[in-house]
Design a protein around this ligand. Structure first.
Ligand code: MG
Ligand code: MG
Length: 256
């Protein structure tokens, strides 16, 4: 069965473990965020992340994932790079860059998955707006992560929020269920129709991850077979949280 169709409902005990995975993932991202300074190499950010993961006895599901195997524990994307950027010792951050960091943590067999985009030093007003809109879209999606809603309600909320600010959501890359595997069902696109898709139930755990592009929704993959960039070279941003559907309020798992 393809991953999109395999939905695993988690017990409260499993969600408690995922909350710990998420807490550790948040600690990793916080450590990386502190190091976003001009002159820092993207491989140094990966090393910082691995140090924190190791201190918890954890690893990232990113390392060795896919074909060709992803070589690092985090992805680092600068400016027009949207997702899946490979850390490199010679790639240095510059003043005014925006940098997206995505990390996963495996803790007691369960995965936490989250991402953020932040500026290096002073960034342009347009870049600032892009970050605010992308993070706002994530929370617009999370607000719909409720029992009785559908995945399409989440997708539509993200799309509507982004497009109301004049930006674009990717069509090719989506949110996803997460649990013992990094990718489970249901798939949650960043664009969609309210009321459509899969009915949300308590115990669903889903990584929502709006990826937003200033110019158009189109992307392409670089020759390294991993790095996804905006087709028109415009800036992109990415925010992600793993969220549990409960009997009540949505529960964000990937916070400290
Ligand atoms: Mg992620
Ligand atoms: Mg994800």
């Amino acid at each position: 069965m393809s991953w999109e169709r395999q939905i695993n409902v988690k017990s409260p005990a499993e969600i408690a473990i995922m909350r710990e995975a998420g807490r550790i993932n948040a600690a990793v991202l916080a450590a990386v965020k502190e190091r976003l300074q001009p002159g820092v190499a993207t491989a140094e950010l990966n090393a910082a992340a691995e140090e924190v993961l190791k201190s918890y006895g954890c690893i990232s599901p990113f390392k060795g994932y896919g074909r060709p195997p992803f070589p690092a524990s985090i992805t680092v994307c600068i400016n027009d790079e949207m997702v899946h950027g490979i850390p490199h010792p010679k790639r240095k951050l510059k003043e005014g860059d925006i940098v997206s960091i995505d990390c996963g943590t495996i803790y007691e067999g369960f995965v936490g998955d989250s991402a953020f985009t932040a500026g290096v030093g002073e960034i342009s007003p347009q870049a600032t707006k892009l970050l605010e809109v992308t993070e706002g879209a994530l929370y617009a999606g999370i607000e719909n992560m409720r029992k009785g809603k559908h995945t399409g309600d989440v997708s539509a909320a993200i799309q509507k929020f982004v497009e109301s600010h004049g930006f674009h959501v990717t069509r090719e890359y989506t949110g996803h269920g997460v649990g013992k595997k990094m990718h489970e069902g249901p798939q949650v696109p960043n664009a969609g129709i309210a009321g459509s898709g899969v009915l949300l139930r308590p115990g669903f755990t889903i990584a929502l991850e709006p990826m937003v592009i200033i110019g158009t929704h189109e992307t392409r993959v670089l020759p390294d077979n991993w790095t996804v960039v905006s087709a028109d070279g415009s800036l992109t941003a990415h925010f992600e949280h793993t969220v549990a559907v409960t009997e009540g309020e949505p529960l964000i798992l990937t916070v400290l």
